[in-house]
Design a protein around this ligand. Structure first.
Ligand code: PMP
Length: 303
């Protein structure tokens, strides 16, 4: 991997190699960091950061859940995102704001200062080059998501991604493109780093936030675009076997965008090819960037 030249760290643009963390930083030991993943797209109106403010609001909310004060305003973090893209002379790219408990005490409840960084780098298709077209083969993981009264799935916190790593690594080791997790209830949750949509009779069905999942911004985008275009969206608890019965299935997230799933556990989904509703949702979503879908809600924020 070629690293970018600059990174925003605690209020300054630094050289990549100077943006370091002490080995005794709280966040490194205890998973106490909160972060975001955001994409900047090339659009028909120039470069735009997709739902920048919404993502950074979620960053502040994740920090709030963990009582981690962020010593910057939302607007300062938004500006840091813009500044780091410019400092690296990037256009279309992926942004990673992160806030973490830094050096300042060894105990679990130590009031360590919060440090903040924002990185930006070129990112192509997260799950592989041709997956948006062809789809992926997924499996149900042997690892469940954490129960809702253990670790809050609504916070996008570093420690949550131990669960994501177990799910994603197991899937790849077994030859699948991505893993799907069940919640501690035994009902469907989400992918290792993506939300899920199932299609039945032309309607979208997605699992509720109570199913140990991150309330994804892409998920919300899809639900909004679908409803605005006359596609029914139903949020409901879904048992595992419906993965084998649905007409179509796809995953979504900032990194994964909209990735069709063509099989689960070796069983073909529908015809085994991405279906019409999935294609329509992809067209509506990617249409935001080429201007064929109107940006009614001001989701494209200028660089
Ligand atoms: N679930 C998990 C566990 C994730 O890490 C992500 C990616 N942030 C998502 C869902 C999708 O969220 P978003 O659409 O906001 O990127």
């Amino acid at each position: 991997m070629r690293y970018p030249d600059h990174i925003w760290h605690n209020g300054e643009i630094k050289r990549w190699q100077d943006a370091t963390v002490h080995v005794m930083a709280h966040g490194l030991h205890y998973g106490s960091s909160v972060f975001e993943g955001i994409r900047c797209y090339e659009t028909n109106k120039g470069h735009a950061i997709f739902r920048l403010t919404e993502h950074n609001k979620r960053l502040f909310n994740s920090a709030r859940i963990y009582e981690m004060p962020i010593p910057y305003t939302l607007e300062q973090i938004n500006q840091a995102c813009r500044d780091v893209i410019k400092a690296n002379d990037l256009g279309q790219c992926y942004l990673r704001p992160i806030a973490y408990r830094d050096l300042g005490g060894f105990g679990l409840s130590a009031d360590c200062p919060t440090s903040v960084a924002v990185a930006a780098w070129n990112m192509g298709r997260y799950l592989g080059a041709d997956v948006i077209e062809a789809g992926i083969d997924a499996c149900v993981s042997s690892w469940q998501r954490f129960a809702p009264n253990t670790i809050p799935a609504g916070a996008k916190a570093g420690g949550n991604y131990l669960s994501g790593q177990l799910i994603a690594r197991e899937a790849r080791r077994l030859g699948f493109g991505e893993g799907i997790a069940l919640a501690s209830t035994g009902l469907l949750s989400e992918g290792a780093g993506e939300n899920l949509f199932l299609v039945f009779d032309g309607a979208l069905h997605t699992t509720p936030v109570s199913a140990a999942l991150l309330n994804g911004i892409t998920r919300n985008t899809i639900m909004t675009l679908a409803r605005d275009n006359g596609i029914t969206v139903i949020e409901r608890e879904i048992p595992r076997e419906y993965l084998y019965l649905c007409d179509e299935l796809f995953m979504c997230g900032t990194a994964a965008e909209i990735t069709p799933i063509r099989s689960v556990d070796g069983r073909a989904v529908g015809t085994g090819k991405p279906g019409d509703v999935t294609r329509r949702i992809q067209k509506l979503f990617f249409g935001l960037f080429d201007g064929t879908t109107p940006d009614k809600y001001g989701w494209l924020e200028a660089l």
